[in-house]
Ligand binder design. Structure first.
Ligand code: MIG
Length: 804
């Protein structure tokens, strides 16, 4: 709190002294294609229609604009949308098939409408766009029934209405529901009004703030301590389209390696080597699946980045090779702070190459973190990023596969703001600006440097990075986690809302420290958290230094068995989870989806933070409260099946289902065709065999199934396997058609097990592509009411038919 108020005094003029002036009336207008320049007194507003549903607004108080450069935006080359511009004495009308922007002239105010002319979003008539010294602010009208979602990683509930938030990447351990800001900055949000949505991305990396009707119920506003008025308006109205467009603008997550979707085990710290080895053996001995083990800061020599502690890790390469033999990947932490030590080659080479942050007078900025006095690379400088990237050769050569970027808010132990002083200089890719502008992008730039560096050494491998701090678009380089949470039930609840909100901000690869980082979870809390972890893209257990063991087996034999089965569920579902992540990488729609993303017009889901969708077809209702053994679930419209009992429920209502400690309530959409696989102890222990498909009845439905080698970039050259699965039902038959596969990847020979659920009677015959198969190839389970057909999986099309 002290830090926050300090920030406020440093960066924001207090309201009492505010000299806000709003933009004046329009004097003249210049139209050039999709670009409209509007002149109002000394101010200039640039309006650009980038696509029929995407408008960019830039404004300068005095007509001077800074160089147009954003670390977030990757797509700048848009093809000219079909649109028109006309003027009346009162306004300028910019229209496409999706959006109608009326620029009112007296005074200059923006009104965004849909094609029908219904107002979607409009500037506050009194304030509009305004300036006060370096500060900028945009004020909008807030309709009574409009609510807001977004801003990425924010603690507490997802609905932002009536609250205010700030953006200043901060290291705040054991945060609570009202802690703000936290580690990441994504100034992107949705406004949702009677089932239709729009989006706004305020691409400004300075200290910024958002007020969603807290100050006044009929107004909301966003602004920053510096920089330009620069925002993008996404017309929607479907929130999924908005997210797709937003991630087209700022980039999407590259397809992660499949192993990164396995269970990951971390603690501060597994050290020395013998402890790492015994951890690995324990997983295998206990038959608890796991793919990744992390080394936290103690693997290094006195916390010197890119070194190994010779005593505790005498032969890292050998250790990593042995662990790889047991199916483990090793991820290591890297922090930005480089120890000031003239006998440390990383420091001296960085100093010689002039990569560290400096004060305006040229003196190096030195801050204290784990190693003691440290210099900090200027990740906004291309040459510093290159230098940083080159340092990964040793880790890559030792066989390290995961790169965990921590403390990159950046967090500093000493100094007034516990970060880099605000007047420290950054190269800012040639613009030479202050820390005030570069603070919120520091973490993301560090992940860029890491990603590009490792990419150089592993040109055809998919990379896995994990970061704590980030900015909009950070998903291009790294997965993220929600930082130093606590072993408390309210933090488990927040693990849901925060991860969902991060997904809504374009970053699909997110998870929380399972069990809570700080503190000691009860066996019950740990198991409930692990169950949630099955359905968060990143599934990683972690624990703070000096805490008792928090491995899946650390809570007694009863919970060990339950926890094993929970992780086993994750591995059986890997084909489904992987497919959901493939979709996220292609479309920007996250695997973990808030209900409102799919059902924006269902009022029951406004403020629904405790249940969510995973991928297209699963609804997850985790138990988030101590002692609970039932769970209330609001089912969306349509029919849903209980994943465990395969009982059918009619949607559009609230139901209560059993949720004993060994069960997380999961529902499957009727019509889903869910791919699963055999149990493995790590993701690439053996190729998928059999591939299982569970068919949940619907009149007709289809799904796309995708598979590839899971680790290289060959899929970009067409080396993948993709097939359409389609079910249809009629009075006397049930059909599953598998299309020819697309792509050149050929899975190794395997069986295909297809299970049709909710089949009341035994079929009389079963056909595969027109030929009847014998009863040795299929079974009817009267109790489970399901038919299982076992055939060979092929790349050629085929058709399964159950006939009565
Ligand atoms: O000051 O590396 O959030 O996951 O274990 C604490 C030690 C530094 C903070 C990270 C946490 C990690 C810890 N780090």
């Amino acid at each position: 709190m002290a830090r926050l108020s300090l920030m406020l005094t440093l960066l924001v003029v207090s309201a009492a002294h505010a000299q806000w002036s709003s933009i004046q009336s329009v004097d003249s207008v210049a139209i050039a294609g999709n670009h409209i320049s509007v002149y109002a007194g000394r101010s200039v507003v640039h309006v650009t229609m980038l696509a029929e549903d995407l408008v960019r607004i830039r404004a300068s108080r005095n007509g001077q604009f800074v160089v147009d450069k954003s670390v977030a935006v990757v797509k700048t080359d848009w093809s000219l949308p079909s649109m028109s511009v006309d003027q009346t004495p009162a306004d300028i009308n910019v229209k496409s098939s999706k959006v109608w922007l009326r620029i009112k002239k007296q005074p200059l105010r923006l009104v965004f409408m849909n094609a029908k002319g219904e107002v979607v979003n409009e500037d506050d008539p009194a304030k509009g766009m305004a300036w006060d010294g370096e500060e900028i602010r945009i004020s909008k009208k807030k309709p009574d029934d409009e609510f807001y979602y977004g801003l990425g990683e924010k603690a507490g509930v997802m609905n932002r209405t009536g609250k205010s938030y700030t953006m200043w990447n901060s290291d705040i351990p054991a945060y609570r529901a009202d802690t703000d800001p936290l580690y990441q900055t994504v100034p992107f949000f949705f406004g949702i009004h009677r089932g239709t949505a729009y989006g706004i991305f305020f691409d400004n990396s300075y200290w910024s703030s958002f007020d969603f009707g807290k100050e006044s119920p009929d107004r909301y506003s966003f602004g920053a301590a510096g920089g330009e008025i620069n925002y993008y308006f996404f017309a929607g109205p479907d929130p999924k389209n908005i997210l797709a467009r937003f991630t087209e603008l700022v980039g999407r997550m590259p397809l992660p390696p499949r192993w990164s979707l396995g269970y990951q085990q971390c603690r501060w710290s597994y050290s020395p080597e013998s402890r790492v080895r015994s951890l690995a053996s324990t997983f295998r001995k206990k038959k608890i699946p796991c793919d990744v083990i992390y080394l936290d800061i103690d693997y290094m020599e006195g916390y010197r980045i890119f070194t190994w502690n010779k005593k505790n890790f005498p032969d890292p390469k050998r250790m990593i090779k042995d662990l790889a033999g047991q199916g483990f990947k090793i991820a290591v932490i890297v922090d930005p702070g480089i120890k000031v030590d003239s006998s440390y080659a990383v420091f001296t080479s960085g100093r010689d190459k002039d990569v560290f942050l400096k004060y305006p007078d040229g003196a190096p900025f030195i801050g204290t973190v784990w190693p003691g006095n440290c210099a900090f690379p200027d990740f906004s400088s291309p040459s510093a990023r290159k230098w940083w990237g080159e340092n990964f050769s040793g880790l890559v050569d030792a066989g390290v596969k995961g790169f965990w970027n921590d403390m990159n808010e950046p967090s500093v132990f000493d100094g007034p703001n516990k970060t880099v002083p605000l007047h420290v200089l950054h190269a800012d890719d040639g613009l030479n600006t202050l820390h005030t502008k570069n603070h919120n992008t520091y973490g993301m730039q560090m992940t860029k440097a890491t990603y590009d560096g490792v990419r150089n050494f592993l040109p055809n491998e998919r990379l896995f990075l994990l970061t704590r701090a980030s900015y909009a678009g950070g998903q291009r380089y790294s997965a993220a986690w929600t930082g130093d949470n606590a072993s408390r039930w309210d933090n488990l609840e927040m693990a849901v809302s925060m991860s969902l909100s991060v997904g809504l901000s374009g970053q699909p690869f997110i998870g929380s420290d399972i069990g809570g980082f700080i503190g000691v979870p009860s066996a019950e809390l740990f198991t409930r958290w692990l169950q949630l972890g099955v359905f968060t893209p990143l599934m990683r257990g972690h624990s703070v230094i000096n805490s008792p063991d928090k491995e899946p087996w650390s809570f007694g034999p009863r919970h060990e068995k339950i926890n094993r089965e929970v992780i086993e569920l994750r591995y059986k579902l890997l084909p489904y989870i992987y497919n959901s992540m493939v979709q996220a990488s292609q479309s920007g729609i996250p695997a973990m989806r808030p209900m409102l993303l799919e059902y924006p017009d269902d009022a029951a889901f406004v403020g629904e933070d405790t249940q969510f969708l995973f991928g297209d077809d699963l609804l997850i209702a985790p138990v988030l409260w101590p002692g609970d053994t039932t769970r209330e679930v609001q089912l969306p419209k349509g029919n849903w099946y209980d994943f465990w009992t395969e009982t059918k429920f009619e949607g559009g209502k609230r139901i209560v289902v059993p949720a004993p400690i060994d069960r997380i309530p999961v529902f499957v959409r009727a019509g889903a065709i869910v791919p699963t696989q055999q149990l493995v102890q790590y993701s690439d222990q053996s190729p998928i065999n059999p591939l299982s498909l569970t068919v949940y009845p619907a009149q007709v439905s289809s799904a796309v199934y995708y598979e590839d080698d899971g680790k290289t970039l060959d899929f970009e050259k067409g080396v993948y396997f993709q097939r359409d699965h389609k079910q249809t039902r009629s009075d006397d038959r049930l059909t599953l058609e598998l299309s020819n596969s697309r792509g050149t990847y050929v899975p190794s020979p395997r069986s295909l097990h297809v299970r049709f659920v909710d089949v009341p009677f035994r079929p009389s015959k079963v056909f595969v592509s027109g030929t009847e198969i014998g009863s040795n190839q299929w079974t009817y389970d009267r109790v489970a009411r399901s038919v299982t057909v076992r055939v060979k999986d092929t790349v050629a099309s085929s058709r399964l038919e159950l006939v009565w």
